[in-house]
Design a protein around this ligand. Structure first.
Ligand SMILES: [Zn+2]
Length: 145
């Protein structure tokens, strides 16, 4: 359930997205709010500027949270973001321990507004293979004798 307090912070994330354009960056913005709603960090998309495909604001904030927050604080923190996190960012969010995400535009809505946003090809993945060889480093690390 999205509250009026959520909407206030979501509007701030949309404002970050709008401000990104003035910096020559793509229009995506996010912020991370702590358990009491205090804004802890903000970020916008800098993929072009940094020439870094991972410079999505959600992933930058997930990495920040994993470094800077204790697990209990992260779990009670909320990310507000102008668009629904992509698959890359969703994976980072899970690993960061951030407890909740509130987004404005869904991926489907974004693609309606900008069809190029949904033009990602799938990657061919072949496997599993070479189990007995590949398990060596896993066993050595997790089950040292
Ligand atoms: Zn992303």
């Amino acid at each position: 359930m999205i509250t009026t307090a959520d909407e206030t912070l979501l509007r701030r994330a949309i404002g970050i997205a709008a401000a990104a354009i003035a910096h020559g960056d793509a229009p995506y913005g996010s912020l991370l709010a702590g358990p009491d709603g205090t804004v802890l960090a903000e970020a916008h998309n800098t993929v072009r500027r940094d020439n870094d495909i991972s410079a999505h604001p959600e992933l930058k904030l997930a990495r920040w949270a994993a470094r800077e927050l204790d697990p209990g604080t992260a779990a009670r923190s909320t990310m507000y973001t102008s668009c629904q996190p992509c698959g890359m960012c969703a994976g980072g969010l899970v690993r960061s321990g951030i407890g909740r995400v509130v987004y404005a535009l869904s991926t489907e809505q974004l693609v309606e507004l900008n069809p190029q946003s949904g033009a990602w090809p799938t990657v061919v993945q072949d496997g599993p293979a070479l189990f007995d060889e590949a398990r060596g480093p896993i066993d050595a690390y997790y089950r040292p004798s």
